[in-house]
Design a protein around this ligand. Structure first.
Ligand SMILES: NC(=O)c1ccc[n+]([C@@H]2O[C@H](COP(=O)([O-])OP(=O)(O)OC[C@H]3O[C@@H](n4cnc5c(N)ncnc54)[C@H](OP(=O)(O)O)[C@@H]3O)[C@@H](O)[C@H]2O)c1
Length: 246
């Protein structure tokens, strides 16, 4: 039987890396974006492409309705939607905070809900991996909005993993440090900024979407069949160790 994976935010940096990994591992893909032209630019006419906004209930459910029309049931979900809006709390507008919650938490909630709903309707096992951030685990200046949203996402992962374990549905997340993708282009816009960012990490450097996608692929695979309710840091030690300062 075909293995079918859904990638949301598939036109983004991590989404494209995930698509390359899953496709190479033999998965059939369903890809979503709010922008059909971006999907075509990235993938031509390959894969089932669905234009939808998964930060709404209707948009998230629409993915599974279209998939069903194509006789497809995704049993793996890589939710690669999100952003990294930075700014001190007192300077974060209501609109910015709402946009941050919508991209990072609300989209995860509705997409995961629609995914487990489709699996349960089909009485199928499955696996989901969401994307948190190192900033959810350790206080990082100017990350208040994204930290709040991603901490909510981590709670969602543990709650859903507990609820659906008896249905053989696994739910995990990865928590990267800064990655070289369009979401961080402004933060990494000069050599000095890149060097400064790289120095923040105990293992100095900037993460790659390829490295994060590799971990996500493993979490989705049967090799991780005993892993659920976990948030895997992939942040050069940023959120968990404090090396000797020389
Ligand atoms: N890049 C980093 O440094 C970094 C660090 C830690 C965590 N992360 C997380 O990694 C994940 C992937 O991000 P990325 O780095 O690949 O960024 P990216 O290239 O900007 O891709 C993110 C995608 O999310 C979609 N999106 C954004 N806001 C949305 C909204 N309100 N509703 C629905 N879709 C929305 C966009 O898709 P469309 O516009 O095509 O619909 C976009 O392509 C995100 O969860 C991000 O928070 C990134």
């Amino acid at each position: 039987m075909d293995k079918i994976a859904l990638i949301t935010g598939a036109a983004g940096g991590l989404g494209q890396a995930m698509a390359a990994k899953l496709s190479a591992a033999g998965w059939k893909l369903i890809l979503t974006s709010r922008d059909g032209a971006r999907l075509t630019q990235c993938y031509g006419d390959k894969h089932l492409q669905i234009v939808t906004d998964c930060s709404t209930v209707a948009g998230a459910r629409n993915i599974f309705e279209v998939a069903k029309d194509h006789h497809l049931l995704p049993t793996a979900l890589a939710h690669c939607v999100g952003n990294i809006r930075l700014g001190a709390l007192h300077r974060t507008s209501e609109a910015d905070f709402d946009a941050c919650l919508s991209a990072n938490l609300i989209s995860a909630f509705h997409t995961l809900a629609a995914f487990v709903g489709a699996l349960r309707e089909a009485n199928s096992p499955g696996s989901a991996v969401l994307v948190s951030s190192a900033a959810a685990r350790i206080g990082t200046p100017n990350h208040e909005a994204v930290s709040a949203a991603k901490a909510g996402l981590e709670g969602l992962v543990r709650g859903a993993a507990a609820t659906y374990a008896s249905s053989a549905i696994r739910v995990n997340a990865v928590a990267p440090g800064i990655l070289d993708t369009p979401a961080s282009a402004r933060i990494l816009s000069s050599d000095a900024a890149r060097e400064g960012a790289a120095r923040q990490y105990p293992l100095p450097g900037i993460g790659t979407s390829d490295g994060v996608a590799e971990l996500m692929l493993w979490l989705l695979s049967e090799k991780a069949d005993r892993v659920t309710g976990q948030v895997w840091s992939i942040d050069g030690g940023f959120s968990s160790i404090r090396p000797l300062v020389k």
